[in-house]
Design a binder for this molecule. Structure first.
Ligand code: SF4
Ligand code: SF4
Length: 66
C-alpha cells in the first residue's frame, strides 16, 4: 500500500532523503523529471511512514499519507 506520495516534478536531485531513510526504502529513478533531475522512487514494501524524508526534503516533494 502507498504510504507516502512523491511529487516527483518538485525534486531537484539532492538525495538528502535517500541518505536519510532509515529503511533504505528510497532509490534514485532512472527517469528524469521536467527539470532534468533523476527523481526519487519509494519501495512501498519497505517504507514505514516515519516521515523522515518529508522532514529532510527542502523542496516539499513528500506527503505522508498515514
Ligand atoms: S530530498 Fe527532496 S529534492 Fe532532494 S532528492 Fe529527495 S525528494 Fe528530491
Ligand atoms: S517515510 Fe520513512 S521509511 Fe518511508 S521512505 Fe520516507 S524516510 Fe523512508
Amino acid at each position: 500500500m502507498e504510504k507516502i506520495k512523491i511529487h516527483t516534478m518538485r525534486c531537484k536531485g539532492c538525495y538528502y532523503c535517500v541518505e536519510s531513510c532509515p529503511k533504505h526504502a528510497l532509490a534514485v529513478s532512472a527517469h528524469k523529471n521536467d527539470k532534468g533531475y533523476n527523481y526519487v522512487e519509494v519501495k512501498d514494501e519497505l517504507c514505514v511512514a516515519c516521515g523522515t524524508c518529508f522532514e529532510v526534503c527542502p523542496d516539499f516533494v513528500y506527503e505522508v499519507l498515514e
